[in-house]
Design a protein around this ligand. Sequence first.
Ligand code: T4K
Length: 400
Amino acid sequence: MDIDSPAILGGDPVFENKLGIVRPQLPKLSSIQERLKLALISGQLTNQGKYVETLEKKLSEYFGVSHVITTSNATLGLIIVLKALEREGEVILPSFTFAATGHAVSWAGLKPVFADILPDTYTLNPESVAELINKNTVAAMGVHIYGHPCEIDELSKIAVQNRLELIFDSAHAFGSYYKNKIIGSFGRAEVLSFHATKIFPVGEGGAILTNDGELATRLKLLRVFGDPGTENTQLIGLNAKMQEFNALIGLENLKVINRHIETRRKRAQLMKSLLNETPGLQTQKERSYVVSNYQNFPLCIEENRFGLDRDQLCSALLAENIGIRKYFYPPLHKHKSYINNSDGNRKQLNVTNDVSNRILCIPIYSDTTEEEVHKICFAIKKIYLHSKAIRKFIIKNDKN
Ligand code: T4K
């Protein structure tokens, strides 16, 4: 075994089997099989069945929020929230996010306008939002990226001063906190994702959280074709309902989510302290007044100090059998679907462009072990120590 040489140069990989970017923690079959059986026997699989109802009630207690409207995924949740605002015009949002954030704005018939992010937390920069407001602006949407809440107070102030709606794409932030308050009841509404890759995985799923009763009533209608049950639709809704199977998994997840967040936080702290020894690696800054759930663990690479650029490091990590993802590269304003969106791309997004070119996410799970963290950090350090040779090797290979 030669684990001191980087695998990309012929050494043995640090992990024998591939460590994926995600390892969903799901309930044991034995814990849900009785209820699963009952659902199958009753034939009630969807349309606000009893497991969906119970999940909504329990989530409402967990988040201390008046209304929880589960959805079939967060994308549809965002679309119906934006639709329910009943406004027309521009929505300011970060470009450094998953496509769903921007697409939801477009599907709701509004215009996405991209703002820049902060260089240390990668969340929406309130100053950049303020600079983009004009007479057509109707809303701003923050994204709690990788589980780190955005600058909610500053965004709220801007929203109030300019009479804007403020909503949050909280897809990453189940169980994160901002100033001692759990994410979920900020702005007009927040939308969580329960996708398989998220910290609270149910397969496909999501939830809208709001304290606004009128909005909740509209959202419940929009989720079900706009039909209040009379077969005479009142709004142009769609089908955004959660299924019973997914809700059942969600009910089990709720029992362990706090433990999962605690584990992620511990592993993230260990990762940060170990990576501190290697130059050229910036981890996401966690502000003193937030608690991140560490949905993801990003690294931003300083090529001059680390000796490799982001893509070269990705190749070297993949050779070590460490799964990586370049969340979020390219940034949304550079996607083919938005590149010609001249109104939306009216601001230079220098920080977004820079971070997006240098970022990668390494594995972190709700059951990551300390040993795995040590091995990941060992691999990164090993790659750093051989960065010159790796760079030479990659450049030579690229030429051939
Ligand atoms: N807003 C933000 C900020 C978001 O990040 C997202 C979604 C949304 C809104 C919309 O939420 P949803 O409408 O999806 O509820 C994934 C997810 O599909 C997507 O939900 C997520 N963000 C995005 C960041 O990542 P991919 O393209 O990376 O997924 P995929 O299939 O490559 O999977 C990644 C890894 O996860 C694989 O290595 C295998 C593992 N995996 C995946 C699936 C689907 C599993 O272990 N089990 C699974 O079932 O998009």
